[in-house]
Design a protein around this ligand. Structure first.
Ligand SMILES: *Cc1c(COP(=O)(O)O)cnc(C)c1O
Length: 436
């Protein structure tokens, strides 16, 4: 198979130059700037099914899927029709709507881990609110997070470990007072021994432990179920709330997300991405008892004029209704498995140090044969290979998120033929990356 190097990205390049006059770094979300890979970011004009087209007329099989939300692919007919019909009646009222009820009921009817839900407008807002809720319920201040998990740009969670292994956090962004960061304790994943140490010292100060049960923002750091079970037991023993941040895994590895996949009941769950069917929606959810602490029932304040926006609720409903159909997730997982195995077999025959951790319809490309469970096990040097891979794939018409730390997503709109085509192109690009 031939990789052409003649792709024209002139219009994207020109628009990016223009955008730099308007937006910091030319973008409205930093990873879009393509800093970790080469060339200007693509300016996308349209999407249909598993493909999207840029302003220069190039088409790409898309494995970024808007960073996860598009589990049904681009321009899904049912979502589009429901959104259009809703928009025709007005876009926002700042009042309750029946559409909000419908999405709330659909979710709660099909998720045994939650009794009540509150809609917000982004994953970050969901997590921020969940942390406030945990603090409000427990009357404690400290939060524990894990290195390698991302929870949006919440002040208290833009934090990494300082020196030493069990430690108070230091912020990973300017503009966060050290006093805030110090309220956050940071642990490595997969180290129950360090969790014990931390609990021995600080348990009575800790409001919650938050993690991505399927960490998918720093590679795909699949955890042993036993570690998640340990977290559940230890938090319960110390009256610490366990928060599963399911902004990626929710509605992705199953309608009940990672909680359903592992059969573990957390205290609070956060959602985003898929829940809005391509529109900005986030949510946090818990038992009726915990949710009764939220205003107006309780003293924990949280509000938003565009929360449960009717157009966004319509999109979410039209999307999630398709996800509850029998066999939806099984079909998606089977397609992903076949796609991944095809690439793995190719790399094995070639003797490449290469693996593709995957779960449900999420996969990650890792230039190593080691199983990686923690952020510090990722070799930064391997990202050079990803850069070559990404460049080659842009030439051949396959779009991956523009960083080797990002996972890929497969949607229901990825046909077997498109996956076969992508697989062939990915294998060819891996050949180039391995030579580089
Ligand atoms: C994307 C993400 C967030 C933040 O959601 P936004 O909608 O980007 O604010 C939080 N947690 C996880 C696990 C995410 O993947």
């Amino acid at each position: 198979m031939q990789v052409t190097n003649t792709i024209n990205r002139e219009k994207s390049a020109a628009l990016f130059e223009e955008a730099k006059q308007y937006f910091p770094g030319g973008v409205n979300s930093p990873v879009r700037a393509f800093k970790s890979v080469s060339g200007p970011p693509l300016f996308i004009e349209s999407g249909e099914g598993c493909r999207m087209q840029d302003v220069d007329g190039n088409t790409y099989i898309d494995f970024c899927c808007s960073w996860g939300p598009l589990i049904l692919g681009h321009n899904n007919t049912a979502i589009r029709e429901k959104v259009m019909a809703t928009v025709a009646k007005g876009t926002s009222f700042g009042t309750p709507t029946q559409l909000g009820n419908e999405l709330g009921k659909l979710i709660l009817d099909h998720n045994s881990f939650i009794d009540k839900i509150r809609f917000v407008s982004s994953g970050t807002e969901a997590v921020m609110s969940a942390i406030r809720l945990a603090r409000g319920v427990t009357g404690r201040s400290k939060v524990v997070k894990f290195e390698g998990c991302y929870h949006g740009h919440v002040d208290s969670l833009m934090v990494k470990a300082g020196s030493g292994l069990v430690t108070f956090g230091v912020s990973t962004s300017a503009g966060i007072p050290p006093e805030f960061a110090q309220e956050t304790l940071v642990l490595p994943l997969d180290r129950p021994d360090l969790l014990d140490e931390l609990l021995a010292k600080h348990a009575s100060e800790i409001a919650c432990i938050i993690l991505e049960p399927i960490p998918a923002n720093n590679g795909l750091l699949l955890q042993d179920k036993a570690f998640l079970e340990t977290l559940r037991e230890k938090t319960k023993a110390h009256d610490i709330l366990l928060i599963f941040d399911e902004v990626i895994s929710g509605f992705r590895v199953g309608f009940e997300g990672a909680a359903g996949h592992y059969g573990i009941q957390p205290d609070i769950l956060t959602y985003g991405k898929i829940i809005g069917g391509g529109m900005p929606v986030g949510a946090y959810a818990a038992s009726s008892e915990i949710m009764s602490h939220i205003a107006p029932d309780g003293p924990v304040y949280q509000a938003g004029p565009l929360s449960a926006n009717p157009v966004a609720m319509a999109a979410g409903y039209a999307a999630l209704q398709q996800l509850v159909q029998p066999g939806f997730y099984e079909g998606l997982a089977a397609k992903t498995e076949a796609f991944v195995q095809g690439i793995l077999n190719y790399c094995k025959d070639k003797g490449y140090a290469f693996s593709m951790p995957h779960i449900g319809s999420i996969f990650w490309i890792a230039f190593t044969n080691d199983r990686i469970k923690r952020a510090d096990q990722i070799d930064p040097a391997s990202m050079e290979k990803f850069k070559v891979l990404h460049h080659e794939l842009l030439q051949s018409g396959v779009y991956l998120g523009p960083s080797g730390y990002e996972v890929g997503f497969i949607s229901a709109a990825h046909t077997d033929a498109a996956l076969a085509e992508a697989s062939e192109k990915i294998c060819a690009a891996i050949d180039v990356a391995m030579k580089g």
